[in-house]
Structures are given as structure tokens and as C-alpha cells.
Design a protein around this ligand. Sequence first.
Ligand code: SF4
Ligand code: SF4
Length: 280
Amino acid sequence: MYRAPVNKIIRSSIVDGPGNRTAVFFQSCNFNCRYCHNPETIHMCVHCGRCTESCPAGALRMAEGKVVWDKEKCVSCDTCIKVCPNDASPKITYMSAAQIWEEIEDDLPFIRGITVSGGECTLQRDTVVELFRLAKQNGLTTLLDSNGSYDFQNDLELLEVSDGVMLDVKADCEERHRWLTGQSISTVLFNLDYLAKMNKLEEVRTVCIPGALENEKTISKVAEILSPYLKEKDIRYKLIKYRHFGVREKYQDFRQPDEEYMEHLKELALEKGFRNIVII
Ligand code: SF4
Ligand code: SF4
């Protein structure tokens, strides 16, 4: 039975979609964003063993060439993550969809839905489909928090069990998207249109960094693509302030936007036809 790498499960979250939700964070991502504030979720551990020596709680050891994490001993100091040269984490639990569901089941009376995130959740597509089926059978809503690189158009099975996608649009053009993430923007922009057409676009998200990214152009690009839908659909646009917290040291020179700048971006989004704009 396949077990997906799970970085963490937050049993109760109010920031990963509407209402109180359980959020499942899978390990590994196919993007490598300069501004990533959870860089330890990008790569899979290569079992180099470096972090085992630095753990103050003796929660890490090598066994048969692999790092083994003892959850009970761990004091969550994150020293291992800081010393890892590979943007990985040794604190990964491999879980089947049924095992993830077991963790969630007890909280059923208190949550409205499940959100899967990452890393990039669509890399664990089969696990997500199975998990979402269980969620739907139990009356929960299901959301994907995605970097938009997945070919949703050719996976109606996944879309059927998903209520919506919270889609990142990180830049306005191929060049800046590649510079920021290391990957192409073409599938992301295709998905923006496709998911809106299919009524599966829960929200659009853009992290805003004055100077480093052309945020005005990104908002205009998103508005241009969504313009056929904006009159009828109340599509939420979340404008996220870049913050230094968690970002790798080599990328710490980005500037944090102030309130005035974010309000200016909100005004622009309003002008372009969005009615539901959230600044966080
Ligand atoms: S977070 Fe990492 S370094 Fe800290 S106790 Fe847990 S395993 Fe050890
Ligand atoms: S988490 Fe990083 S430092 Fe620890 S064994 Fe894996 S690759 Fe090495």
C-alpha cells in the first residue's frame, strides 16, 4: 500500500480555507520559490545523516542508511531543519490515505473540511483522491492548496472529489515565474482559466514583493484571464504580504510591503473587476 510523505497535520486551522479545517501538509514540491517560508518542505530527505548529530533531544538516528525520527523524543526545536543543507526535513511520516483519515476522524464534529497543502499536494494525487473520497462520504468539504503546475484538465476524478483549488499565481510572465520558482507559468495560467470555467477556483493567491516582482502586472494578468467570469462569479483574490519569516538567508534581501502598498494593489484589483479581495 502506498504511503505518502506527510510533513504535518494541523488538526484545526482557520487560515487554510473557509471555516475550521484540518490541514494536511505533504512533503516535497516541484517548485523552488525564492520566497518560500517553509523551505524544509521542498525536497525529500537524502539521508545524509548531518541532522542526527545536531539534535539536542536524541530524537534522530541512522539505521540501515536511513534517518529515523522518534516523534516521542522530539521537542520540536527545528534544529534539524536549520542544519539540513538540502531543504528537507527528517520529521516525515509516511501515511496511507486511510491512516491520514484515522487522524482526522476524531475531529469530525469540530471541522468543516479538509485542505491539502505542501510542498505541492498534487504530487500525492492518488492519496488525495482517496482521502477526499472519505471526506466527502463524511460530509466534509475538500480543498487543494496548489502551485498550479498540475494538469487538472486531464484529471476529472480528482476534480470531482475536490470542492475547489486555492491557486497560486506567483508572477505575470514566463521569465519572472521561472526566476522566482524555477518552473514555467504556462500550466498555471491555463489552470486559472480552466478551474474558473469548471467552478473549481476557490481563490487566487499572489505573494506581493515590491521591487522584486511586478505585482501590478500579475494582478492585471489574473484579471485579464478571469474577466469572462468576474461578473457572475465572486472569485476571492488573496493578496499576501511577503514576510521574511522562514525564508532562506540567501533570499532575505526582499523588501516587505507596507500597508499603503498593499492598499494600492487592492485598489488596482478592484478597478480590474474583483469584488472579494483579502489582504493578509
Ligand atoms: S526538531 Fe529536529 S532537532 Fe529538534 S528535537 Fe525534533 S528531531 Fe531533534
Ligand atoms: S533531513 Fe537533511 S540533514 Fe537530515 S538526513 Fe535528511 S537530507 Fe540530511
